[in-house]
Design a binder for this molecule. Structure first.
Ligand SMILES: CC(C)(COP(=O)(O)OP(=O)(O)OC[C@H]1O[C@@H](n2cnc3c(N)ncnc32)[C@H](O)[C@@H]1OP(=O)(O)O)[C@@H](O)C(=O)NCCC(=O)NCCS
Length: 184
């Protein structure tokens, strides 16, 4: 695989089967495919950003960003949550995940998003600009993240100063409102 062969683009209606295949294969289970399907159908997750990576015509990776808001506050500023990120096994550790994250952040920035959150691997996401323990910056997760994994709830500002500018508990879309999704 040459990285110049990789194309990343926003998904369309008829990409649904490719998205489900990538999610199933990356995670080796139905759970994330089901979550992705629910997130994409959820009216409270919009506007979403959904990107597929292709090697020639083969779908090999998918990333989804859904809208986040402040809990109990109307008129939220533009925040997003990254979840899930999936790369099929035979293409893992080749930089595809990183390419999807970077392209997603580029588009969100262009669309004036200010903060992006992720709950994930603390050795992985900081490579792409995320900072651990967003609760420390008074931006706690929708559900309580135990102290010993507090670093897994991460934030990245796309507009300088946004981490300092905002305070409050983050609320996710309805399809992500299940405590089991918030255990790291
Ligand atoms: C995690 C995942 C998305 C990473 O994508 P990727 O394309 O394989 O990763 P990249 O090639 O961009 O990044 C590679 C780097 O991240 C590290 N890395 C990859 N997967 C990792 C993981 N699960 N945990 C920690 N580090 C990981 C690699 O060691 C590598 O670091 P190096 O370059 O210093 O060796 C992919 O492996 C995957 O789909 N895994 C299964 C599903 C999953 O766990 N998704 C994330 C949770 S939402």
């Amino acid at each position: 695989m040459k990285s110049s062969d990789i194309i990343i683009r926003e998904t369309k209606q008829n990409d649904f089967d490719d998205i489900m295949t990538v999610e199933r294969r990356a995670f080796g289970s139905e759970d994330e495919a089901e979550l992705t399907k629910n997130l994409m159908a959820d009216s409270t997750s919009k506007p979403i950003l959904s990107l597929l990576a292709f090697d020639k015509h083969k779908a090999i990776g998918h990333i989804l960003f859904t809208v986040a808001t402040f809990k109990d506050q109307k008129g939220s500023p533009p925040f997003y949550i990254l979840a899930p990120l999936a790369v099929i096994p035979e293409y893992q550790r080749m930089g595809i995940g990183g390419m999807l994250i970077k392209e997603g952040l580029r588009i969100l920035k262009k669309n004036k998003a200010e903060l992006v959150f992720v709950l994930g691997h603390i050795t992985y996401y900081p490579k792409y600009g995320f900072i651990g323990n967003a609760a420390k910056f008074n931006l706690p997760a929708p559900y309580l993240i135990p102290d010993k994994v507090a670093d897994a709830w991460m934030v990245q500002e796309l507009v300088p100063g946004s981490i300092q500018k905002y305070n409050g508990q983050i609320a996710c879309c309805k399809a992500m409102e299940k405590e089991e999704y918030w255990r790291e």
